[in-house]
Design a protein. Sequence first.
Lengths: 384, 291
Amino acid sequence: MTDSHEIEPAHGGHHGELVPDEPIANPGMPEHLPRPTDVDPKKEKRAELQVAAFFGLSAICTVLFAVAYFTLDIGSNWHTFGGVGASTVALGATLGLSMLFIGIAIIHWARKLMGDHEIVEMRHPAYSEEVDRVRALDDLKIGFEETGIARRPLIRNSALGALALLGVPAVVLLRDLGTLPGDALEHTIWGQGGRKIKIIEDGKEVEVEVPLMRIARDAIGTPILASDLEIGDLVNAQPEVLFNPGRYYVEPADVHGHELQTHKSKASLILLRMEPRDLKPGKGREDWDVNGIVAYSKICTHVGCPISLNERTTHHLLCPCHQSTFDLADSGRVVFGPAGRPLPQLPIAVDEQGYLVAQSDFTEPVGPSYWERDYERDRFAEDD
Amino acid sequence: MRLLNRSAGRLSRHRRGPIAGLVVLLLGLLLTGGLYAAFAPAQADSAASQEELVKEGRELFLVGCAFCHGQNGEGVLTQSGDQYGPALTDVGAASVDFQVGTGRMPMSTPGNQAQRKEVVYSDAEIAALSAYVASLGTGPAIPDAEMYDPATLSDEEYDEYVTRGGQIFLANCTACHNFEGSGGAMPRGGFAPKIRGVDPKHIYEAMLTGPQSMDTFSDGNIPPDDKKAIIAYLDTLNEQPSYGGLTLGGLGPVSEGLIAWLVGMGGLVAFAVWIAAQTTRTSKKKDGADA
């Protein structure tokens, strides 16, 4: 602060008076004016009737509520009043009005009829009286001495031990939150394609190569021929194993119920076909597209919302949760919003029958960041 | 006569049924379609009439469309190289039928997004324009009613289509068009329009052609039968009761919160201010009171 806020003497001169303590005289409380109901018995009587009438109206509405509840069918008459159900309107209006009328009656009562005098309540100090403070401390000290805790270390130590051990159940119960994720966040079910497994066939152990994972239409479940897609097509896709586990030597139970949702939350895919000349493949990603078809994780790298709000004209994919925007023509680069990393791209190819397949799993963990994430492996983390 | 009365009575029993509106709509469509087919000049009967249609379409095109799209539908660029009107050489008849049939084209003012408005051209003129633009190159044709109209399905088929269509809708459409087809906001002031209550043909054509910023959902992306399932699902959305009262646009918590805060809380605040603003004082003195 500067000196400019110093209070100047009221009358300029150094020899003049200083500002008086109260430059403006305290006008005191204004004159108490009575209310019409205080001076006019007729008005008082009228206000009394008004208050009673509001309480009466409230009672009527409450009764109507009960009547409406028992006479109007809930749910089956949903379009009686301009698209809103008779029961909905009647129940809401009667209950709302009955409470509103009670409120109005009480306000009216208080303002017109209840006691009418101004009260000044002075502020209390926040701390207790000195006597009370001393007495409270004394009581505590006496109590402490009577326990004899200082003289009986056996009791003190066993009590402390018992109390400390009570923390164990709380920690043990944390185990029910589930197993540690391990490296589950780094892999998706796309990696189930193309692996080599050993199976028992005719009593002999043979090694088979699982076919590369086909990309299937979400909800429809059919694999996608690369030649079927037109420029401008956006496909919401899933790994085919979720619809046809047998082809990939995966147990149906592993892609069912809870497991299915877990897999979908990591493996969901956005497939986009654009003019090949619009595409700017990232370094090392030159062969990750098929004739202008690119595949990206559908899970936002910010907090993991599924995204498919794409603008065909700009190839910008917008996340509806926090407006992170990714450029799908440019390795899923973040062009706007809070996302810290580009959308993971899935390298794709076509198999012998011309269906779109994943060359491998995602090369980095999909979805939002987490503690154990190995950022060294994020190919584009150092860019921009 | 008795038979007629009885069947009329049987029909009449269903007049408030869930599909009555649909049936009436279908009958109306069939009637107008049938009458149109019967009395309108045949379109694809001969190569000559097709040629005439294209010629008629070209004349309409030169007057109404060529200013932005070029005299041969080749598109017009601005000086900075941006697109003023896109090329129409490979958009197909379905695209024209959608854009002109929903009033989006001709645009009233150039801008980010053409909006649905009153249709300018008659059905015959739209058919001529579509035929002309289709003749410029490739592109999807206008679909037949049986490809998109859920009213052509039997009751059992309909239920199956609605279930399947709902799943496909949730996977592919809700991101932009909202979970009940109410539309939503898009980047840079754009928006995905409401798609409830839209003519099934136009929904089908929109999926097929990807108007403006919308992605394409070609037949290789979502097969025709699944498109029909989506339309059947949207059809049930139109009929869906709103047990919870007013839907407020079906936009979710945004519109509900807005109404709750502005109307609900605002009303309470205004009421409280009104109460406090009323004076309860009088300058009259009580009879017989001291001064």
